[in-house]
Design a protein around this ligand. Structure first.
Ligand code: NAD
Length: 357
């Protein structure tokens, strides 16, 4: 069991889930957080906002592929755990250019594992046993489901996109470090997150901002692809449960138990915006929906069986999809400055990841 006053090395803590995790931990725990982030297009210091100068938060701009830097961080801060979230995370970008995904998600995870192993091997016995390396991964490693069934921790790996293949590869490496070296690693595979501070290339923030600006709301294919939606704060609580009570070598699936088709998600968002921020002229936002060419290799359905973490670690999501979505829409409406700042000019919400046939 990890001491709740420990120092934790968090990677990717200026990204969507990472920044929510940093805010959540500083508010609800006594951890000191060493936050290592390269600040790619997806990482933004503004997402850390009020906590950037918090006495228990140290931000370091750097790359997980930089082994010397990692070595120094382990030596200087002597973390009790690593929570590894840094990644290239957008499927459409991985179709457009897989190279960065291989570099960060596979090579970067390898470098981090090696630096952690060097540090962990030299720890005194009593600290060795309580060290944890928690790797945050995705349900996309399991491939696609038909209209029935759920992904469990026993499901076969069958990734379809360069993104999910790179995450699958990093999962295998993390698991291998447990089996080969005995390093206490854990893996979580979670479903689609949503909530505050998500870069506006992902479905929910993209649709909110496009709707407000009167732009088209592009739905891939016929909009019937299904995802299981998890509110980001519920995810953060789950990660802390796994860190505190998870068994090394084990995997925990985390899902919101809220399956929705993409068209349902966009329609629900439109109804919420009709209520909270009606269009001038009173026409419904739904009118802005357009159907566009499907994503190549678009998995039909993801759905998580989260019974293991529910039963063993006593976790379940607090938000349902409607309440979480309302909180999310309200956050974006209140933080339009953040949205403007994170879109630095190189990304203007254009479609990525289309292959000419
Ligand atoms: P994100 O893209 O919002 O953030 C990733 C962060 O990692 C950014 O701050 C970026 O600057 C940083 N980063 C990228 N390359 C780096 C490098 N080489 N060195 C250091 N930092 C680097 O991603 P997210 O949505 O917050 O996802 C976090 C993790 O959770 C990822 O590993 C992702 O695969 C996983 N995940 C996300 C979801 C989701 O729905 N968002 C679902 C399942 C799993």
């Amino acid at each position: 069991m990890i001491n709740m006053k420990s120092t934790i090395l968090v990677t990717g803590g200026a990204g969507f889930i990472g920044s929510n995790l940093v805010h959540y931990c500083l508010e609800h725990n006594d951890f000191t957080l060493i936050n290592l982030d390269k600040l790619t297009y997806a990482g933004n210091p503004e997402s850390l906002g009020s906590v950037s100068n918090h006495p228990r938060h140290v931000f370091i701009q750097g790359d997980i592929c930089d082994r010397n830097l990692l070595k120094k961080l382990f030596q200087s801060y002597q973390p009790r755990a690593v929570m590894h979230l840094a990644a290239e995370s957008h499927v459409d970008r991985s179709i457009e250019g897989p190279g960065e995904f291989i570099q960060t998600n596979i090579v970067g995870t390898f470098q981090l594992l090696e630096a952690a192993r060097g540090y962990w091997t030299a720890l005194p016995e009593e600290r060795k046993g309580s060290f944890r390396f928690l790797h945050i991964s995705t349900d996309e490693v399991y491939g696609t489901l038909g209209s029935e069934g759920y992904f469990t921790e026993e499901s076969r790996y069958q990734p379809s996109s360069p993104y999910s293949a790179s995450k699958a590869s990093s999962d295998h490496l993390v698991r291998a470090y447990y089996h080969t070296y005995g390093m206490p690693t854990l893996i979580t595979n979670c479903s689609n997150n949503y909530g505050p501070r998500q870069f506006p290339e992902k479905l929910i923030p993209l649709m909110i901002l496009n709707a407000l600006e009167g732009r088209e709301l592009p739905v891939y294919g016929d909009g019937q692809n299904v995802r299981d939606w998890l509110y980001v704060e519920d995810h953060c609580r789950a990660l802390l449960k796994v860190l505190a009570g998870g068994v090394p070598g084990e995997t925990y699936n985390i899902g919101g138990n809220h399956e929705k088709s993409n068209l349902d998600v966009v329609s629900t968002l439109c109804s919420l915006l009709d209520e909270i921020k009606p269009r001038s002229g009173g026409k419904p936002y739904r009118e802005q929906i357009v159907f566009v060419k499907d994503r190549p290799g678009h998995d039909f359905r993801y759905a998580i069986d989260a019974s293991k973490i529910q039963q063993i670690l006593d976790w379940k999501p607090k938000e349902n999809f409607e309440s979480g979505l309302r909180r999310t829409v309200t956050w974006y409406l209140d933080n339009l400055d953040w949205c403007a700042h994170v879109q630095d000019g190189s990304y203007q919400r254009q479609r990525l990841g289309v292959i000419d046939s």
